[in-house]
Each structure stands twice: as C-alpha cells, then as structure tokens.
Ligand binder design. Structure first.
Ligand code: PMP
Length: 403
C-alpha cells in the first residue's frame, strides 16, 4: 500500500477551473469573465508593445547572462519598484528606511511579508484581518503561515459600495496591533475603493490602534490609468508615519503574468530596522526560492529606468485602463437600454479589472449553463473579458437571468 493512501483530494482552484471549463466549451459565443487578465478588443492576451521593445533590447545586450540573481533580487528592479509605489521624492526613501525584496510576483510578495510577520511580529497571537470579500489567496497565504484570519466588512450589498462604517467599527474593536490587509486601489473582487477622505479616516483609526498596514498592490496604474493616483493610499500612510509593507505585482500593469515579477516594499522607522528586516527576509527567501527569476524583473527595471520607455509604458497602461472604463460604460448603457431590473450605476462607479455585479450564485449558474458565460459564483466579472462584440450578448444574458 502507498504511504499516501489517506491523502484527501483537494478542490481545484476556482478561477483556474473556470478557465479550463471555458477552454473546453465548443460554443462559439462563449465568454470568459473569470480570470483577471487583460484581453484586447479581439479577446486576446496583449503583450505590451513596450515590453516587446524591452525584450528586443535585452536579447541584444551581451552583458546579460543567466547567473543567479542575489537572494533579494536585482538591485535596479527593487529600487525602481519602491520608487514607483512610494514616489521618487518620498521622504521615507530619502531617509534610507525603505527596504525591498524581489519576490515571485504579487503572490510571492504577500507570502514573503506574511511569513516574516508570522515569525517576527512582536505581538503574540496577533491576528490578520482581510476585507470581506477579498482575493481568495489572502486567507490561504496568511493561514498557511500560521495566522488566524478574520474579516472586516467591506462590501455593502445594499449600496453596492463601501461599508466604511462597518470597516471602521471592526478596526476600532480589533485588538491593538492587529494586522490589516488593505488593497490600495482597484479592490479585488469588488472594484470599490475608499476615497481619499475615507483613507484618512481609516488611517486615523489604524494609527490610534497601532494596527499594522499590509498593502497588496496588484493594479497600480491599471485602475485609473494614473500611477500616482493609484498609489495615493500607500503614500498617504507613509506620510502619516506608518511602518508598513506593500506587496507589488507587475503581472497586470506590465502584462507579465507568467514571468512572476513582484516586489515587497518595506517601510521601516529607521535604516537600521530596515536592514534587520531585510536580512531576515533574505534568510527566509533563501530557503523558499533561493533567488528570484530575472527575465520579468529585467524588463520592468529597463522600462522604469528609461525616460522614453517609461512614457511608452504609461501610454500602454492608459490604453488598457481606458478600454476597461469604456467596457463599463457600454455594459451600463446596454443594461439601461434593456431596462434590466435593478440599478446598475455601480458598474460605472467601480474601478479596475473587476466589477462586483451583485448577481447571485444561482443566476451565475444559469449564465454558465444557458449562455456559456463563465464567472465566479460571487458575481464578479473581469471587465477585460468584455469587448464591443460580446457586451451586448452578455447584457442580454444578464437581463434574462435577473428577470
Ligand atoms: N493580489 C491581488 C489582490 C490580486 O488580484 C492578484 C492577482 N490576481 C495578486 C495579488 C497577485 O498576482 P500575481 O501573483 O500574479 O502577481
């Protein structure tokens, strides 16, 4: 008999399962609104032109080789990534108290920060709070490193907006020094972000309770098309003097999904504390991945350090953000034209890759079975999966299931 006889089978990942089901479906008008990956108007993945250009430069650069990167990754990439999120003129950067670690994309950065906190956060038994709802991996990662995970209210089903009051109450009630996982922009899955004034209120409570802010930034520039605007919350917290972590992903804003380019930015009180944290993260990273991959991070650092490439990247980013904003408008217009029951303003008010439609699990089931439209049971749709050719079909299907 096998020693693994008693290993129970684990459920398949919901998003990846949707992608395979969509792939296997022969129906010509099928629509995949599951995966959070950008698609063109033709429904195809998009290699950003600036990424192609950078890749061509790299191929012809004889100084590049396949030697190991340092344990904490490529210096130029780490520097560029921290500057991108904090702003080049950040006081914390100038004071030398910002550290970083190149990680296996956003997921790896969340894991690396969570693992560090599990080992070194000084408050015994501190719990981690995640938004309700959130990206499913947040719970999996924090529980995986040993944290107890609670939820704070976020989505208000009634207003289809932010439940700020509920959020602040839980922040006040949570034991001092709790860890709060925050989405700086383009909240996944709801597409609902706090306004600058609401961030101020959140920061007030978090400061008063000495909570630790862990930002997970997977969509900088992708939300509004403006890199600075999307970084407002993080920069504001840094200005307020918080020590904090930011997990950064370049999957979406560079379209580098499979290249796993990510960074953990560490804002500490002093340069010395920053060094202590970095050294522990290096020690831990050595035992997990040994050192990070180079291809994606080289593309990112090349683009971020060259004025022309940077500008071109901004244009590429804007075109993605704008196409998504345009799809929101088209979907909203179609539902309005069809006089679909209910209010649909949230479709245009929400931001980023996703929209939380308010569709129920049974409605989602009909969309899948009758219309071959694939989305998660919580009613989240990836706006990037829509285009001018399928938006009418999708709106008609939604109209049918809500009636
Ligand atoms: N955080 C959030 C909220 C996300 O939506 C994603 C992408 N789905 C990630 C992190 C990380 O993605 P990746 O590991 O591909 O960078």
């Amino acid at each position: 008999p096998s020693v693994f006889e008693k290993v129970p089978g684990a459920p398949e990942d919901v998003i990846f399962a949707l992608t395979s089901a969509h792939k296997a479906d022969p129906f010509p008008n099928k629509v995949n609104l599951g995966v959070g990956a950008y698609r063109t108007e033709e429904g195809k993945p998009w290699v950003l032109p600036v990424v192609k250009k950078a890749a061509r430069i790299m191929v012809n650069d004889d100084s590049l080789d396949h030697e190991y990167l340092p344990i904490l990754g490529q210096d130029a990439f780490r520097k560029a990534a921290t500057q991108l999120i904090l702003g080049a003129d950040s006081k914390a950067l100038k004071e030398g108290r910002v550290g970083s670690a190149q990680c296996i994309s956003g997921t790896g950065a969340v894991f690396t920060g969570a693992q560090f906190l599990a080992r070194h956060y000084p408050i015994k038994g501190a719990t981690c709070y995640i938004s309700k709802p959130t990206w499913a991996n947040h719970r999996a990662i924090f529980e995986g490193v040993g944290f107890t995970v609670f939820e704070y209210p976020y989505w208000d089903a009634k207003t289809k907006g932010l439940d700020l009051k509920g959020m602040l109450i839980i922040m006040e009630m949570a034991p001092a020094g709790s860890i709060f996982l925050l989405h700086p922009c383009a909240h996944n899955p709801t597409g609902v972000d706090p306004t600058p004034d609401q961030w101020r209120q959140i920061a007030d409570v978090m400061a008063a309770k000495n909570h630790f802010a862990f930002f997970d930034c997977a969509y900088q520039g992708f939300a509004s098309g403006d890199l600075d605007k999307d970084a407002f919350s993080v920069r504001y917290f840094v200005e307020r003097g918080f020590e904090l972590f930011v997990a950064q992903s370049f999957s979406k804003n560079f379209g580098l999904y499979s290249e796993r380019a990510g960074n953990l930015t560490i804002v500490a009180k002093t340069p010395k504390i920053k060094d202590q944290i970095e050294s522990q993260i290096a020690k831990a990273q050595r035992a997990v991945i040994s050192n990070p991959p180079a291809y994606g991070s080289r593309i990112v650092s090349l683009v971020l350090s060259d004025k022309d490439l940077y500008q071109e990247w901004n244009q590429n980013l804007k075109s993605m953000a704008n196409r998504i904003i345009e799809m929101r408008r088209l979907l909203f217009n179609e539902l309005t034209r069809l006089k679909t029951p209910g209010s649909w303003n949230h479709i245009v008010d929400q931001i980023g890759m996703f929209s939380f439609t308010g569709l129920s699990a049974p409605q989602v089931k009909v969309l899948k079975e009758k219309y071959h439209v694939y989305l998660t049971d919580n009613g989240r749709i990836s706006m990037a999966g829509l285009n001018t050719k399928n938006v009418q079909y999708f709106a008609q299907a939604v109209d049918d299931v809500v009636r």
